[in-house]
Design a protein. Structure first.
Length: 256
């Protein structure tokens, strides 16, 4: 009798534990073209008119509902927020728009981004894949196990400034990141827009992970076809690379 009672208690304990764990497991909610896990819709994030806005520091995981197809929906970090985002198979392509980035960090904000799986962010005309406005920060975390390909459009870098606004601070602590400059004219891969640093970003810091920077050749000094290579990274302030692997097609980095 005691043995049967003990078995019954063990089964009940396992069942209660399983229910507790299941109850604590966050479920994904579909908003637009994204699935968001963590947080509360309407509080920690909102979605309207093709824009997913991150409103708090609550950890969120974002992925495309259809990971095989790019969406034109965008991600924006709200004013003053220090967001903690995991991009897990996100594919955004807004190349058919003007001056719009796939991900935007503006108005005194920070985005701490962890990469999982394969992610692709492509900016609109004259915009980067990830726009980091002046005095704002994007930081790719050391917990990143995935990759990101961030592509600028026309005069914009893959990550950093846009052709119409100066950029902020870029930090890479982890992840496998490829940054591709806009291809119309000579453009920097990471940091500042325009070959002449007309719209500078502020700083670049790298402590880990891997960055492959692909700037473009082309127009320079008024002479189209000069075959002038722009820089892999161009910022107005500090460039600090203390760890990780940095690869550039043209192997040039500069601070103006």
């Amino acid at each position: 009798m005691k043995t049967k009672l003990l078995r019954l208690l063990v089964v009940m304990t396992i069942s209660i534990t399983a229910l507790f764990v299941l109850g604590m497991t966050a479920s994904a909610e579909t908003v637009g073209a994204f699935e968001v896990t963590g947080g509360t819709n309407g509080t920690d994030y909102t979605y309207a008119d093709g824009v997913l806005t991150i409103n708090t520091a609550t950890a969120l995981t974002i992925k495309n509902t259809d990971t095989s197809t790019a969406t034109t929906d965008k991600i924006v970090v709200a004013s003053g927020v220090s967001a903690n985002i995991t991009l897990a198979e996100v594919n955004i392509d807004v190349s058919g728009t003007n001056n719009v980035a796939a991900v935007s960090i503006t108005n005194g904000s920070t985005a701490n981004i962890t990469l999982v799986g394969s992610n692709t962010l492509t900016g609109g005309y004259n915009a980067p894949g990830v726009f980091v406005a002046k005095d704002n920060t994007v930081s790719f975390t050391a917990a990143s196990t995935g990759s990101l390909t961030a592509s600028g459009n026309n005069q914009a870098p893959g990550i950093g400034a846009s052709a119409t606004a100066e950029g902020g601070h870029i930090i890479v602590n982890g992840g496998d990141i490829t940054v591709i400059a806009g291809g119309y004219t000579a453009t920097n891969a990471l940091g500042s827009a325009f070959a002449n640093c007309n719209k500078p970003a502020q700083s670049f810091t790298m402590t880990g992970g891997k960055v492959c920077a692909v700037p473009t050749k082309g127009f320079s000094g008024g002479n189209f076809g000069d075959n002038v290579a722009t820089t892999a990274v161009t910022v107005s302030g500090d460039i600090i690379i203390s760890g990780g692997i940095f690869i550039s097609q043209f192997e040039n980095i500069q601070s103006h």
